[in-house]
Ligand binder design. Structure first.
Ligand SMILES: O=C(O)CCC(=O)C(=O)O
Length: 421
């Protein structure tokens, strides 16, 4: 429990020393675990690691779940609430007690992050003046409190944290949060106001998240490691996902907030319409597949052969009719003997049969034409059929005309013969 004096120091300064919380053995265990996670001797996929490049803060690499090869040159190890050694420390009764005072005894408490901040020996990344809040944290409200616990002595000589006491009372200097702009640095962080926050190993400090702070590099030959955990009102949500963070104390109401209910209803409606759209799309896909199959369907080769055959037959028929016409013309010009007349009559009968067969063929072809999709090709076929039919029709008329003429001539000849006889 913090004393009232400590609370009033915290209210005034934005930080307060909490005293010694860890003994040397526990510190040794915790630092060993941190180094093992970085070296790969200990693997935990729920932990994220960030390399320390010793370069520019803005050019730091993303955190990863394991380094390609083990290293002591790590800057951060995050996700320590998932490590069995660190998990009890995250839930230290003093920290939860502080949260109950700051967020209210009724409030559930959640964790934003629990991590090791390391300044490797002879290295470290310069961390500029900043506040631990703002839009960049993507939360629906700013967390108020961070515990900073030294696992190695943190002194001026090895890159301890520096603070601007009382600066939390300025509030958040920009909506974006985190790193301060040059003007704010000039205005609020003059060197004479900066206080090096020297902390013995195993000792902790409570810091307000709006407290302006920074840290430098570590020229010493020992690492400067610290455990830090940021605690929130358990009702805090990520504005990216709408989700709460892992609860450390208390419970959350099971009834979703009104706007969440509204979103859930909307989501259900969207999912429903999505399902309907998918069904419709599926039906369309099937229709498309059916149409494709119909389009790709060609009349069977046998059908085509039949069509071609009937074309050839029509041509042959026309040719036969032409010959018939020639024969009849010749017959007209000569006086036929009895045998010749029989032949003429036979060829007339044949011509009629042919004509009948042709009519049937034409009807068949018309039917075939009307049920086949290959328009251009079929149009050509149809055209040649029509032409053949017309031609045959003309020939038939010619045959009839010639027959008539022949019969008239025959009658005349018979009459003349009778008279002569
Ligand atoms: O430990 C450090 O060097 C700085 C930590 C810090 O600034 C932070 O966690 O926001």
């Amino acid at each position: 429990m913090l004393t009232e004096l400590q609370w009033s120091d915290f209210d005034r300064d934005g930080f307060v020393h909490l005293g010694k919380l860890l003994d040397a053995d526990t510190i040794a265990e915790l630092t060993q675990r941190a180094d093992d996670l970085a070296s790969g001797a200990q693997i935990n996929p729920q932990v994220q690691l960030q390399l320390d490049t010793g370069g520019d803060y803005d050019a730091l690499p993303e955190a990863v779940s394991s380094f390609q090869s083990g290293t002591r040159l790590y800057r951060k190890i995050q996700g320590l609430e998932n490590d069995p050694l660190y998990s009890p420390l995250v839930r230290h009764p003093l920290f939860l007690n502080i949260c109950a005072r700051l967020y209210g005894a009724h409030a559930p408490v959640s964790l934003f992050r629990a991590m090791i901040m390391n300044k490797p020996a002879g290295q470290g990344t310069y961390l500029p003046w900043h506040q631990d809040a703002g839009d960049v944290w993507a939360l629906d409200r700013d967390p108020l409190v961070t515990i900073w616990l030294a696992l190695d002595p943190a002194m001026r000589a090895n890159g301890c944290v520096e603070i601007i006491p009382g600066s939390h009372r300025l509030g958040l200097l920009s909506a974006h949060g985190s790193t301060l702009g040059a003007e704010d640095v000039q205005r609020h962080c003059p060197p004479e106001r900066a206080l090096p926050l020297e902390v013995e190993a195993g000792h902790a400090v409570l810091m307000h998240n709006w407290l302006i702070h920074r840290s430098g590099v570590n020229p010493s030959n020992q690492p400067r490691r610290a455990f830090t955990a940021c605690y929130m009102d358990g009702r805090t949500r990520s504005v990216l996902t709408g989700h709460h963070f892992p609860l450390l104390a208390g419970t959350l109401s099971q009834t979703p907030d009104h706007y969440v209910q509204h979103l859930q209803t909307e989501l259900a409606a969207v999912r429903h319409s999505q399902a309907t759209a998918q069904e419709y799309a599926h039906a369309l896909e099937q229709e498309v597949a059916k149409l494709h199959a119909a389009l790709e369907h060609r009349p069977a080769e046998a059908d085509w052969a039949a069509v071609r055959h009937s074309q050839a037959t029509a041509q042959e028929y026309a040719h036969a009719l032409e010959q018939e016409v020639a024969k009849l013309r010749l017959a007209l010009e000569t006086r036929p003997e009895q045998a010749e007349w029989a032949a003429v009559r036979h060829s007339q009968a044949t011509a009629q049969e042919y004509a009948h067969a042709l009519e049937q063929e034409v009807a068949k072809l018309r039917l075939a034409l009307e049920t086949r999709p290959e328009q251009a090709e079929w149009a050509a076929v149809r055209h040649s059929q029509a032409t053949a039919q017309e031609y045959a029709h003309a020939l038939e008329q010619e045959v009839a005309k010639l027959r008539l003429a022949l019969e008239a001539r025959a009658d005349a000849l018979d009459t003349a013969d009778t008279r002569a006889g």
